[in-house]
Ligand binder design. Sequence first.
Ligand SMILES: [Zn+2]
Length: 272
Amino acid sequence: MSDVLITDGEAIGRLCNQFAEDLRAELDERWKRWPLDLEKQEVHEAVGALLARQVTLAREIAQAPQTWNWHIAPILLRAMADVYITLAWILVDPTERSQKFIRYGLGQLKLQLEHRKAALEAEGTPDPEALRAIEVQEQWIDAQRFGFLTEVNLGSWSETTTRKMAEDGGCIDFYNYVYQEFSAGTHSSWHHVGRYNLKECENPLHRQHRAPSDPDLPCDLWILQLAGKYVAKTFSLFDSKTTVAIPGPSAVEKLYSGLAELAKTAEAQEPD
Ligand SMILES: [Zn+2]
């Protein structure tokens, strides 16, 4: 992409809506072409859900230009990095690891519900609607019909760090350069807030201390391209591990060529 400023917001909007539609079509196509093995229901559900999650995140970013700035985008892009790393980790040993992934999630939810129940009971007369909401989630846990899951136990979940998962999944570079980079904004670490939420005080007597600030940031089209890049990377990881192949051009290729087209038009319209 050239660095020409594309100002035709309407054209970008159309391109993004097309991208969203293409992503969903590509996801469906992969699902259809992936031979279903009902003996491995957990693999298909865990991998399928993560693949769909990546499509959701990329599509939501593409359709919300207000998020294309460096206050908000790191949070969304970090979530996409998480999806990629988890999927890479699972696909190394799909059966065992999708079971681990599911068990861990169910355990986390169960623990969370126990905390909520304890907090409600401490109130004396718990809100019946809140209790009902907990019950619905408990039913979701109990309705999981996986052969490997005899019961959902608390405290038996082995937690692993994202770094370790990235190492095991063969994508430590992605962890170092992408996941880490966007973690600062996600956790509001000093190296994010110190750069994005402070400005130099204008009083010359104040020795250049910095004051809080909430600046409007410019819309950065690069963020849309990154979302495209990560969803494409996730699709090709899936394709390489499952040997599913779908005919191109892909949603991301179409997005990129559409943007290049718009950049060309913008360049032609620029005064010399
Ligand atoms: Zn001051």
